[in-house]
Design a binder for this molecule. Structure first.
Ligand code: ADP
Length: 379
């Protein structure tokens, strides 16, 4: 930074299993290894050893790494901007564990380990909720008794903010339209949509936790909350079981038995009617949010698809954009099938609303925000 040059990239997946996966790529090295990685600490140690390795590394010593940017999912009402990590900040992130139990404890552990392994580096926390701090009260509040908002901060926080911020900025630059009304559709394992007016988030589909809104890989998205009480009081479910079911066994998983959209698509192509219906339900939910956000913004310049599914599934994009002529959304179906690097326009020339596929880059956004913060503090 600030030239945004990528020296290396990689990941560690399936930590805790005998078949964990390590990937590390530089100009000269393309390493992919399946091995046992028991803990997050071990994973980070392997990465740090590779970075300074005399043959494969990109720096001489680990203390050459000056800044480490961390994605932290939930910043609550405490954090609205990238933040330099101190013991005080770590304690506040810990207080937010209950709001994002699947994410924040792991993010905290990442901070803790990075401090241990890279003690000279500045650690910066970039929050996935921060971009949505601009939501107006009418979109932020739930229609439940006021004291729950005032005393217990029960409200819409919103998530995937790092991705929505990056993608909406890219789209605005691409359209050369700082004054614009854009809907960002982030479809990965988690899925969400954001209504963005003039670069600012004004409404968002995830809520108090990353559970609301769209149909996801294993999360239900919107349901009538009475179902929870019916399951517990009438059908005898344990509350914990219901929570698990809604987060882990619902969504595409619950409808088809597959979490990964590639598997759902393959099954639908092979004539599985449940998978075909699940794809249609998924697209229908997205359509309804597009309609809602176009109404909320009183206009629409572009819809933008991003993340694993949004960038790769021409099938889901087609189902979403099918029959949206009334809203001025006209897809070029041939263009939609073509894969392109970078920003890809997939609307017809006469489409009033632009349809873009924009690859997200949360790592770059985190690097930018971390670098900016440390540069500012250093001045
Ligand atoms: P995360 O939310 O974990 O960052 P990603 O944005 O990487 O997830 O998205 C992962 C999901 O993208 C996978 O679970 C899969 O459903 C979907 N996906 C990836 N590649 C394709 C593809 N070629 N076609 C359809 N779906 C895909």
């Amino acid at each position: 930074m600030p030239s945004e040059e990528v020296l290396c990239k990689g990941l560690v997946e399936r930590i805790g299993s005998k078949e964990a996966f390590l990937q590390y790529k530089t100009d000269k090295v393309n390493l992919e290894e399946t091995l046992e990685i028991k803990t997050h600490k071990k994973g980070l140690q392997l990465i740090s050893a590779l970075l300074v390795d005399s043959e494969k590394g990109i720096v001489g010593e680990s203390n050459e790494i000056q800044i480490i940017g961390h994605r932290v999912v939930h910043g609550g009402t405490t954090f609205s901007a990238p933040t330099l990590v101190t013991p005080f900040v770590k304690d506040r992130i810990k207080e937010l564990f209950a709001l994002a139990p699947l994410h924040n404890p792991h993010n905290w552990e990442g901070l803790d380990l990075a401090e241990e392994i890279f003690p000279q580096a500045k650690q910066v926390a970039v929050f996935d909720t921060a971009f949505h701090q601009t939501l107006p009260l009418k979109a932020k509040k739930y229609a439940i008794p006021n004291h729950l908002f005032e005393e217990h901060k029960i409200q819409v926080y919103g998530f995937h903010g790092i991705s929505h911020q990056y993608v909406s900025k890219k789209s605005i630059d691409h359209l050369k339209k700082p004054k614009s009304k854009i809907i960002c559709i982030h479809l990965g394992n988690g899925c969400s949509m954001t209504a963005v007016v003039d670069g600012v988030s004004v409404d968002h589909s995830l809520g108090f936790t990353p559970a609301n809104g769209l149909i996801m890989g294993s999360r239900s998205g919107d349901i009538d909350h009475s179902i929870i009480f019916y399951l517990v009081e009438t059908l005898g479910y344990e509350l914990k079981e219901v929570n698990r079911m809604l987060l882990k066994d619902s969504g595409m998983m619950g409808l088809t038995g597959f979490n990964d959209l590639r598997d759902v698509q393959a099954a639908a192509e092979n004539g599985d009617l449940a998978s075909d219906l699940a794809l249609e339900m998924n697209a229908y939910r997205i359509k309804k949010y597009i309609g809602a956000y176009a109404a909320a913004m009183n206009g629409l310049d572009a819809i933008v698809f991003t993340a694993g599914i949004g960038e790769n599934s021409s099938e889901l994009r087609k189902r979403v954009c099918n029959g949206m002529d009334y809203l001025g959304i006209r897809m070029d179906e041939q263009e939609n099938e073509i894969r392109k690097e970078g920003i890809h326009e997939i609307h017809t020339p006469d489409s009033p609303v632009k349809i873009l596929v924009v690859p997200t880059n949360e790592e770059l956004e985190i690097a930018k925000q971390s670098f900016q913060l440390v540069s500012l503090i250093g001045q």
